[in-house]
Structure formats: structure tokens, C-alpha cells
Design a protein. Sequence first.
Length: 259
Amino acid sequence: MGLMRIINLAHGGFALLGGAAVHLLTTRLDVAFIPAFLVAVLAVVLVSVLLERLLYRHIYGFNELGQVLATIGIVFIMIATVNLFLGSTILPLGAPAIFTTPIDLGFRTLPFHRLVVIISGLLVLAGLWLLMEKTRFGIYLRAAVDNRIAAASLGINTPLVYLVAFATGAGLAAVGGILGAELLPIEAYYPLRYMVLFLIVVSVGGLGSISGSFLASISLGILDTAGRYLLPGIGTIFFFVAIVVLLALRPNGLMGKAQ
């Protein structure tokens, strides 16, 4: 979401579409969870390719307000579509029973699903870091984001680079929406309900920084959970005050660079 340095408020919409697709496949077409997961992610990637070619390639050139208005409009279209065909209630994803099996770690017992989420998150983090830092595509993407005109003049196919990056981000959003559905339930208004959290992670981590987003996710998750337990009456207020103070001190985020 923050890597391409555009304000894409529709990022959570791709998570919604992934979850909705798994719900449709598992509960209405009796497809097993794993095949449904793979098909749903692929479907979201294909949808994102169409949107990138038809809409987002023009949105890249908008100013910040234009990007906000355009992408929030896409969010409302996604919400209306899911609401029309699947309703506005929480959508069960038909996850296998093993997901609820408790696993004893010695110091704590966790549902198997939580371990899947943790391990998947670490694998995605490692994969993204390797993609950005150790591959030619990562070099092309960083060059295109920093200076698209200069990158194109050097022979980099910047439209293709942007397309692949956008489709990858949409696919990962779908993965997050599906695997995280037990924690953040999938329903039609999912993109709006969690939009602020998505934006906070990117803002606090720093635009263009994968490690910054990871650090922000971990830190804010701990801060939010601790606030809810230790200060149940004002925990949420404390959470947002802490974010305001942090961004006031570091406006470019924890690991962001001045643009």
C-alpha cells in the first residue's frame, strides 16, 4: 500500500474481495478451503490487473486529494457489489476444523489458526524483503517509484513494473483478508471499518519501507492490546494520542525518508 507512494484507500477492498470469494466457494459451491484460497487470491490478482490498466494507471498522476476521492469511490463500488450479492452480515469462510485446534507452546496455548497467521506473516515479510532487495525487479520498482521518467529513459518498462507491483499488493491483501478473517471478520463494510488501521500502519512505518510497516504493525498491535487491557476505559484514546505524538515527532514515519 505504501510502497508505490500513492494514497490507495481501496487496498482493504482487495482483502474484502478475497474473503468474499472464499466464502462463495466454500459455503455455496462446497470447494475445499485450500483450493478456494488459491482460486480467490488468483481471482483478486486478475481483478487488480484490470483495475490497474483501466483506472489506477490514470490515478497515479492525480494529486493527493484526487487519489483519495478516486480510490474511496472504488471502495464504495466494492462494498456495494459484495452487499448486493452476499449481504452485509459477517461472511464465514469455511476454514478447516484444524484451525481451531489448540496448540500448547509450553508458555502459552494458541489456536492453530494464530500460528498460521504468524508464520504466514513472517514468510510474506521475508519474501517481500528478498523481492525488493535481492532481485532485478526490486531494483526496477525502486527506480520507477523514485523517478519514473529517469527509469523509463534507462529502458525500464515502468508501466509493467507498476502493474506487477500493484497486482502483487492486491494478492497479498487478499491473503491477509482470508487468513486474518478469524481476527478481523470479513463483511461488506470491511474496507471502511479497518481503513484507518491500514493507513496508520503505512504512515507510522514510513512510505516505501517494508521493514517500517512490519515494525509499525508489531508496535501498534502491542500498544493497542496493552491499552485495551491496562486502560479499558481510555485505551483507544491513548492509542490514537500516541500515534499523533509519534507522527508529530517523526512526520515521515519510523523508517521513512523525506520525499
